[in-house]
Design a protein around this ligand. Structure first.
Ligand code: ADP
Ligand code: MG
Length: 177
């Protein structure tokens, strides 16, 4: 746990060195690569995340892909769990826990239909290990969608040599930065 906390702090310091504008520009590079992924292209139902200001920006991209994919987003329901709701448009969104925008539409529970899950993180390594913000929400949720292809998404500086990992941590199938 201590090791994970140390890495989170290191990444936070790195993030602070970039302006919002720089992070936005870097986000476009990452999103472009995600668009090129054949796994992503062929997915019909994708779990995305609606980004916070310090994460790879997904806002425009989510609107764009809604034209030909089903997009579902996490909604925090308590101190440990998320559920999914279908994203329709920005009018059907409100701020939830942690100041994350969440859809207000219907709950999505056909988990087996999720082809690809795009997951943010504080850090990732080459083996797909993921460091989150320290609450384990994704670790708990991703166990419920074992067959979805999991793509970790981050800025280049968030790719590290080794992410400390425990039995609870769920690995990514691929990391795009
Ligand atoms: P994050 O993945 O957000 O970086 P951690 O991996 O540090 O966070 O996990 C945060 C906490 O959640 C840890 O105390 C961990 O033991 C707990 N946790 C993670 N997944 C599970 C799970 N499936 N069941 C119970 N506790 C879990
Ligand atoms: Mg974890």
């Amino acid at each position: 746990m201590h090791e994970k906390g140390k890495l989170r702090k290191e990444i936070r310091l790195l993030k602070d060195q970039f302006s919002r504008e720089e992070l936005t520009a870097m986000s476009e590079t990452t999103i472009q690569k995600l668009k090129c992924s054949l796994r992503f292209q062929s997915a019909k139902t994708v779990m995305m995340y609606y980004s916070l200001p310090d994460e790879v920006n997904t806002h425009d991209f989510i609107h764009e892909i809604t034209a030909d994919k089903n997009v579902v987003l996490p909604v925090v329901i308590d101190h440990e769990n998320i559920e999914l709701r279908i994203f329709h448009n920005s009018d059907e969104m409100k701020y939830g826990a942690y100041d994350i925008m969440e859809p207000t539409g219907e709950v999505f529970d056909k988990y087996e239909e999720i082809d690809v899950a795009v997951i943010p993180g504080m850090a990732f390594d080459r083996n797909g290990h993921r460091l989150g913000r320290g609450k384990g929400y994704y670790d708990r949720f991703l166990k419920k969608i074992p067959n979805a292809y999991k793509i970790g998404i981050c800025f280049n500086f968030q790719k590290v040599e080794n992410v400390p990992s425990s039995e609870y941590d769920v690995n990514m199938n691929e990391v795009i930065s």
